[in-house]
Design a protein. Structure first.
Length: 117
């Protein structure tokens, strides 16, 4: 069975979710739960670091689509960082770079949130 983990931490008023492993239909609920928890506590400046994400399925992508509107309705955003080429290609294929800001490095995404204030 493929494993999936999420580590959450805060960096300069931004909530960082570090994804690790396989994000698919079996593991997507973990990511949903993480987004729900952040939304409930109005922490809507979210950076998702994909450095250790080795695979994402359409179910995983669906979670991002399901929450982006809720997050933006609360004046927040979800920014994506540190994707491998393999993971980026999946996002790119589905047009995600048009909907999400994707950064090479987490610090750039965090800075972008803090520049906005």
């Amino acid at each position: 069975m493929n494993e999936f983990k999420i580590a959450q931490r805060e960096a300069s008023n931004v909530n960082v979710l570090e994804l690790k492993g396989y994000l698919d239909a079996h593991t997507a609920p973990k990511l949903e739960e993480a987004f729900q928890t952040l939304l409930k506590t109005n922490r809507t400046n979210i950076v998702v670091n994909c450095k250790d994400l080795s695979y994402i399925s359409s179910a995983g992508l669906g979670v991002f689509m399901a929450y982006i509107e809720d997050v933006r309705n609360k004046s927040g955003d979800i920014k994506l960082t540190n994707m491998s080429n393999k993971v980026y290609n999946v996002f790119d294929l589905l047009g995600f770079p048009l909907l999400y800001e994707i950064f090479k490095d987490e610090s750039e995404a965090v800075k972008k949130f803090n520049d906005k204030k």
